[in-house]
Design a protein around this ligand. Structure first.
Ligand code: PLP
Length: 358
């Protein structure tokens, strides 16, 4: 497997831990602290994050799938349904966890770029009041999306208003909310205000492993702590989750880390824009670059790089590969991976030309 200075570009989860987070974990590792979040430091970190988002309540959890399941547990009953993008992590990459744990149905909608619109959501608002049909109750949106795109605040507000008008509660999967805030140049609270419940992702932002579920709407706060325990997301040594959140909030490190990752993705997209046979498939608004390439080039790149194959054309002639940057990706690393992709593209076209000329 190729790496550049240890970077794989395969996922933002391939990245290590921000040294400031590690230092905070070390500092938290002193003496005893009351367990399960009852210690002062854990309460303070949660209160701090809630204040930044304008949330009423917050729950720290171990991972993003757990955050999604906990959040939805506050919003749906087993006969209800969640409208989401077909490409959402919730729909594709959680092994059916929401369906298994909550018993709810996901109503997945194809989108051109990972983003839902009121018109797309409307296509799934069917069977209301019909006892034979799961009842749409939640509109789930990812900000940033799994395709590296971001909703504008106007788009988010329109979705919230449309959802509320149609009796839907809004859940925003914020595994990469920091990247979205960095792209939009807005506060956490501006995005959070468009949701009834949201998650705040720490892990992809430089934490070792922490996410938070934040409850915005009144009336949804009852029972969260019981749900968290039932879905096995209550940490006994909570202070170590809290220390990571504190470190990310200190000096707005969460935003700085996201800005750095986004800037590297933009740099990569700009470098690839001039490479023949490489098309950047979606607008680069967060920390992911999706390249639409020929099958031969995809095969060559995948021999070297652990890039994710995002999709393949039905005729198998082209594939979309995902390249991710992280908080600690360096400019030189991006320049090198762009050069490696460019060289692979040139070799692939030269070989194709040689075959054609016989
Ligand atoms: C948008 C989104 N939500 C949730 C998750 C889930 O995170 P985890 O792998 O920690 O369960 C991911 C992970 O890639 C993600 O991209």
């Amino acid at each position: 497997m190729a790496t550049i200075s240890g970077r794989t570009f395969g996922s933002d989860n391939h990245a290590g831990v921000d040294p400031a987070v590690l230092a905070a974990l070390g500092a938290a590792n002193s003496g005893d602290a009351v367990a399960y979040g009852e210690d002062d430091a854990s309460k303070a970190a949660v209160a701090r994050l809630c204040a930044a988002a304008g949330a009423r309540e917050g729950y720290l959890v171990f991972n993003g799938t757990g955050a999604n399941v906990l959040a939805l547990s506050l919003l749906v009953r087993p006969y209800e349904a969640v409208i989401c993008a077909e490409s959402s992590h919730l729909n594709v990459d959680e092994c059916g966890a929401p369906e298994r744990v909550l018993g709810c149905k996901l109503l997945a909608v194809p989108t051109p770029d990972g983003k839902l619109t009121p018109d797309l959501v409307a296509t799934r608002l069917t069977g209301l009041g019909d006892e034979h049909r799961a009842q749409p109750r939640v509109l789930q949106i990812a900000q940033a999306t799994e395709l590296g795109t971001c909703y504008s605040l106007t788009e988010l507000g329109q979705l919230r208003d449309f959802g509320h008008e149609h009796g839907l509660l809004i859940y925003l999967d914020g595994a990469r909310i920091a990247n979205a805030a960095a792209h939009l140049g807005c506060s956490l609270s501006a995005i959070a205000a468009c949701a009834d419940v949201l998650s705040f992702g720490g892990t992809k932002n430089g934490a070792l492993g922490v996410e938070a579920v934040l409850v915005m709407a009144g009336g949804l706060t009852a029972g969260g702590k019981y749900h968290r325990k039932q879905v096995m997301q209550l940490a006994s040594k909570m202070r170590f989750l809290a220390a990571q959140i504190d470190a990310l909030l200190d000096e707005d490190r969460w935003l700085a880390n996201a800005r750095a990752a986004n800037a590297r993705a933009s740099q990569l997209a700009a470098a690839l824009a001039v490479v023949p046979d490489v098309r950047v498939a979606y607008p680069v608004q967060a920390n992911g670059v999706f390249t639409d390439v020929s099958r031969d080039l995809a095969c060559r790149l995948l021999q070297e790089w652990p890039a994710q194959v995002w999709s393949e054309a039905p005729d198998g002639r082209r594939a979309v590969l995902r390249w991710m940057t992280a908080f600690d990706t360096a400019e030189e690393d991006v320049a090198e991976v762009a050069a490696a992709i460019s060289e692979a593209a040139a070799r692939t076209s030269a070989e194709a030309a040689a075959v054609q000329s016989g």
